[in-house]
Ligand binder design. Sequence first.
Ligand code: NAD
Length: 271
Amino acid sequence: MISKLAVTHKKIVISGATGVLGESMTRFLAAQGAQVIVLGRTQSKVDTLVAAINDAGHKASGILADVTRKEDLQQAKNKLESDFGHIDVLINAAGGNMKGAVITPDQSLHDVDLEAMRKVIDLNYIGSFLPIQVFLPLLEKSENPGILNISSVSAHLPLTRVMGYSSAKSAIENLTQYLAVEFAQKMKNPIRVNALAPGFFLTEQNRELLTNSDGSLTARGETIIKHTPLGKFGNPEDLHGAIQWLCSNAANFVTGTVVTVDGGFKAFSGV
Ligand SMILES: NC(=O)c1ccc[n+]([C@@H]2O[C@H](COP(=O)([O-])OP(=O)(O)OC[C@H]3O[C@@H](n4cnc5c(N)ncnc54)[C@H](O)[C@@H]3O)[C@@H](O)[C@H]2O)c1
C-alpha cells in the first residue's frame, strides 16, 4: 500500500526547475517516485536536468516556456496534454528579484525604475497566476490536484531594499488564499492551493547581497543571521519535507495556507 505521504506516480510540473531551489525540489520529488516535468526557458538547462534525473533511474521530462508569456504556456499545455493527459501538481518556483526594483540605502523612492518594478511583479505574480490559469484544465483532470506557490518571508513584513519583490510575494499569498476559496466553492474536486515561504537560502539571486567575494557575510547577511534564531541560512534540502507534505495526499485537508521554513526568522521580534 502506498502511504498518504507518498508522491509516487504523481505528475508534477515545476516552473523555475533549473534554479537553485527549483532544481533541489525537482530532484527530490523525482527521487520520491514522482514523474517530474521540468519547465524552463533554456533548452540546454532543461535537457541537462532531465538527463541527470533520468540517468539516476527516475522519471523526468522537459518543457519550454516563459511563465510570463501566455502563448508559450498554451503551447506547453498542449504538449503536456498529449504527453500526459493530466497533471497532479503545479509548483510555481520561477521567481526572483530585479536590481532596478530595489531601493539601496543611498537612494529614494524616486530612483525606483518603473520598468523593473513591472518586470518583478510580472515574473513573481503574473508568472504564478498565468501557469495556473493555462494549466487549470489539466489539473482538473487529476484525482487529487494541488498547486504550490512560492512566497517569501518578505511577504508579511517587507525587508528593506526589496520593495517590488516584497509586494509581488505578498500578492502571491493573497492569490493563494483567493484561489483556495474560489476552487473549493466552485469545483466538485477542488484543487488545493498552498504556498511555501522560504526564509534565507544562499542562492545566486542573493549571494552578492549576503556575502562578500571572500565568502564572509555582508552587514545585511550578518543582520539576517542575528535575526534567525537557528543562526544560519537554510539549505535547499530544508524545504523537502514541506514540499513532500504539500504535494502528497497527506495534505488533503490543507488549502489556502502558507508554510514558512525560515529557521524562526518570522517568529523573532529582535528582542
Ligand atoms: N533563495 C532564497 O533565499 C529564496 C527565499 C525566499 C523565496 N525564494 C523564491 O524561491 C523561488 C526560487 O528561487 P531560487 O533562489 O531558486 O532562484 P533562482 O534564480 O536560482 O531560480 C529561479 C528560476 O526561475 C527561472 N525563471 C526566471 N524567469 C523566468 C521566466 N520568465 N519564465 C520561466 N522561468 C523563469 C530562472 O531561469 C531560474 O531557473 C523564487 O520564487 C524565489 O523568489 C527564494
